[in-house]
Design a protein around this ligand. Structure first.
Ligand SMILES: *[C@@H]1O[C@H](CO)[C@@H](O)[C@H](O)[C@H]1NC(C)=O
Ligand SMILES: *[C@@H]1O[C@H](CO)[C@@H](O)[C@H](O)[C@H]1NC(C)=O
Ligand SMILES: *[C@@H]1O[C@H](CO)[C@@H](O)[C@H](O)[C@H]1NC(C)=O
Ligand SMILES: *[C@@H]1O[C@H](CO)[C@@H](O)[C@H](O)[C@H]1NC(C)=O
Ligand SMILES: *[C@@H]1O[C@H](CO)[C@@H](O)[C@H](O)[C@H]1NC(C)=O
Length: 450
């Protein structure tokens, strides 16, 4: 026992001597890079030790002195008398290991041990589920540990058509999301990587709460007596919304002819065997704890708006066959066409006057869609025209069609289809409601003329 203390004392003196010689050049120095769990063998080259004492220390802590184990850590062992072995290396074993001999000459052998530690992560919120209101903010956090210091990258995960696509949206331990929109709802992931072992991926779920939003596919539904009408409101809301239907501001309930159904976000009102009292102004109303939304859908027997079907490029220089289709359950009574020339020539960028044409109603087709074609003659060669169409059945006139543009062959300048749109937008600043007004005025003047 007394011998042990002597050796220890010698070791401590030697260590102190070392302390007094701080800054003295080491004889050898190397670097060991280990992984967690490895066994580390640190050699010490010794010749003619004689009565001198060999000491291993880590920093200021003495590990061994001569053959004595000073450290209580049983993973440490002396191999072949002088070499230090550490089994099951852990992150705490990193540091400078010095083999030192108790003489007065500086002949330290220093091994710098680094331990690679695979990445680990502490996530916040721990539940990995964050909830915030639209317009608000939230923070997702991945605190990473490991050696070397891991990098943290953030991705938004989306499942487009069953195909996972990841968009990189940030790096660093915190992902700050502000001015949240409902599109920000979804899955997020942080990836923590330091090249040691596989990266660690942590997934989060973000739920953005917002009041209902409604979109209607068609705000105007054409039907006829004895036919059916289908109204569709697509409702987005979180928390999910209660949806109800109204006709002319009276709440609707299901009946033999009226059914309400929901499929995902789609809420459908189906009216079977339409009666005259079913025409009118409907609305769907969506409520959740954050608010309410309403959208209107008109159910009407008037014809649907005309859809143009002819190609925009005429086959001739002064003639054009305008073709369009109109949906109407009852036969069409009357059709009206307005057309005019746009930008007469390059220096004279003013549209020509409107031509007003009454087109005879087509023969009852027996089907919902009525196809109409009408020949326009006496047009300018190489010119651009625009046209609008309106149709009437026994329930009244429909909405004015969209503006349609076509151009004739020939002239000095042959326009191409792709030139039409810019020409239109630069040459006229009329809105659709202007067209509706023009049409209404023309119809009025025709009635007065009669
Ligand atoms: C170390 O230095 C201190 C004062 O600087 C001195 O008292 C001590 O004796 C020295 N120890 C050895 C072992 O040289
Ligand atoms: C998913 O993406 C891969 C690669 O971009 C593509 O080859 C594959 O066709 C996609 N699958 C689907 C269902 O879109
Ligand atoms: C909802 O309606 C839209 C538009 O008609 C359609 O594209 C979509 O597939 C529908 N979704 C469901 C779940 O029925
Ligand atoms: C339906 O009613 C609402 C409010 O009462 C009104 O704003 C909307 O213009 C109406 N729509 C039609 C097509 O009459
Ligand atoms: C353009 O048209 C205007 C009006 O018809 C006419 O006065 C003018 O001479 C024309 N210019 C050219 C270059 O054709």
């Amino acid at each position: 026992m007394g011998g042990t203390w002597l050796v220890l004392a010698a070791a401590l003196i030697a260590a102190q001597a070392q302390n007094n010689r701080t800054g003295a050049p080491a004889v050898t120095r190397d670097r060991r890079i280990m992984s967690v769990g490895d066994t580390l063998l640190l050699p010490c080259q010794v010749q003619n030790l004689g009565s001198l004492v060999l000491l291993w220390r880590r920093g200021p802590a003495v590990l061994t002195a001569a053959s004595l184990m000073v450290t209580r850590d049983e993973r440490f062992r002396l191999v072949d008398g002088y070499n230090l072995q550490i089994t099951d290396v852990g992150p705490q074993d990193a540091g400078d290991y010095v083999c030192q001999i108790s003489d007065r000459v500086a002949r330290d052998q220093v091994h710098t041990v680094e331990v690679l530690v695979p990445p680990s992560v502490r996530a916040a919120p721990e539940s990995r589920h964050a909830t915030a209101r639209r317009g608000g903010a939230t923070v997702l956090e991945c605190r990473a540990a490991g050696n070397p210091v891991p990098s943290v990258t953030w991705h938004k995960l989306s499942n487009l058509f069953q195909n996972e696509t990841n968009t990189r949206i940030g790096e660093g331990p915190q992902l700050q999301l502000s001015r949240l929109e409902r599109q920000h709802s979804g899955r997020y992931a942080c990836t923590v990587d330091n090249g040691v072992g596989p990266p660690v991926v942590t997934e989060f779920q973000l739920q953005v709460l917002y009041p209902p939003e409604i979109t209607v596919e068609r705000s105007w539904v054409h039907t006829g007596e004895g036919f059916r009408a289908e109204l569709l409101c697509t409702v987005l809301a979180d928390p999910p919304a209660e949806v109800s239907w109204y006709q002319n501001s009276f709440p609707l309930s299901a009946s033999e002819r009226v059914t309400m159904s929901a499929r995902g976000n789609n809420h459908t009102l189906l009216i079977a065997n339409v009666q005259p009292e079913d025409f009118g102004n409907y609305s769907c109303v969506a409520d959740n704890s954050l608010g309410r939304a309403r959208q209107h859908v008109e159910v009407s027997g008037r014809p649907g708006p005309a859809r143009f079907t002819s190609a925009p490029l005429a086959r001739a220089d002064t003639r054009y066959t305008l073709a369009f289709a109109v949906d109407s359950y009852p036969p069409l009574d009357e059709l009206r066409l307005l057309y005019r020339q746009l930008a007469i020539n390059e220096s004279f960028q003013q549209p020509g006057r409107w031509h007003d044409v009454v087109i005879p109603a087509p023969e009852p087709s027996g089907s919902l869609t009525h196809r109409v074609s009408h020949d326009l003659r006496g047009l300018q060669p190489g010119a651009v025209y625009e046209a609008i169409v309106q149709a009437k059945n026994r329930y009244g006139w429909n909405e004015v069609s969209d503006i349609f543009q076509f151009h004739t062959l020939g002239g000095t300048h042959t326009a191409h289809a792709d030139e039409l749109t810019p020409m239109f937008s630069s040459a006229t600043a009329l809105t659709l409601s202007d067209y509706a007004n023009i049409l209404a005025l023309t119809i009025l003047s025709l009635i007065i003329d009669q």
